[in-house]
Design a protein around this ligand. Sequence first.
Ligand code: SF4
Length: 370
Amino acid sequence: MIFQLSKKIEKICNHLLIKENLYTTELSNKAINDNEISQWINELINIQAGYPTFNVEFEDRPVSLIPILKIQDKREYYEKQHNLGFRGEILQHLQEITFYINGSENGNNEYFKQTTFPLKDCQNLDGSKILSFIKNSRSVLLNTVNLVGNIFLYPAFEQLIIDIAYFSVQCAIHVPIQDLIDNLSQLKTIHWPEYVRFNLLVGNVFDVSLIRDLDLPFSITVFVFSENDHIELSTIFEDISENHSINFVPLYNNHNLSFFESNIFIDENDLDTMDLTKNDIFMRQALNITDFGKLTVMPDETVYANVNNPPLGTIDNSTYSLVYKEFMGGKSWLKIRDQSPCTECLYQWLCPSPSNYEIAIGKPNLCHVK
Ligand code: SF4
């Protein structure tokens, strides 16, 4: 509810904001009979954000606890844990690791800065180092390992997958559709462990009948650069969209800003109709909802919390030291909307955290609000 903050209303709001008042305030008869105040109260009642009760019952009045952000995820807290030798609590924030295992002819050396996208040809990441990195990262919350590249060109990839399955984490293989089609016969002969699922990366129209009967758990990510891409590519999946999840992911290519402005940038209407829980809002105040809990390992063995920021170290460092470094001085996991113009905006904690698209486009925000 958006309202004008007149002097009279401001006085009531300030009183409501004192946490000891537990979201209550006392109104005199004069205030209740004031046109402006009573209209404002009625608006609150209409959206079920409050209600009046009689002063005689004030002793037993209903109260509401003001939600206050638990500041456990702040740097000082983890520094203290580290100094006390409590390492487990820091490491347990690591939930997902992405390994760029090699490159693909169908890759690109820019788009990985926006989303999970294979690189063009490059070296193989050492399999034994991948396994020991996962082993050292294991905590109750590590739940996903992503492998990105052309798995079919990776030496002894079947053994790598079997070894990863041993850790009982979900293993998602992100592979360009053309690489998969080129290796369909090989793909069908392999007994994939149950923890493996595929994410097929699509950028062009292709013959969907080739994958229609694939006996594998797979989802599809479709990259779009324009509205036409979206129209053209969404029709080809009509047959299989019931059984497989299909996600459309926009990519910025330096020439399609207007596509982003029309379809990706948010406006007041999007924000006013966004369905957020209190936890969602608290998360946005404390951490980056996209990057938090994730590490990415590149083929040159460097490790990042976000590939757009400097590396935290290499695959040879202990996972604990990398995660601790990110908590102490990193620029990704705790990157929130605390920069202008968002700091002067009503929607500061309702908007999604800053994303890679802002970096690619070179803007501090992706909205039509400010
Ligand atoms: S200015 Fe920032 S906080 Fe406000 S709507 Fe835009 S992105 Fe969101």
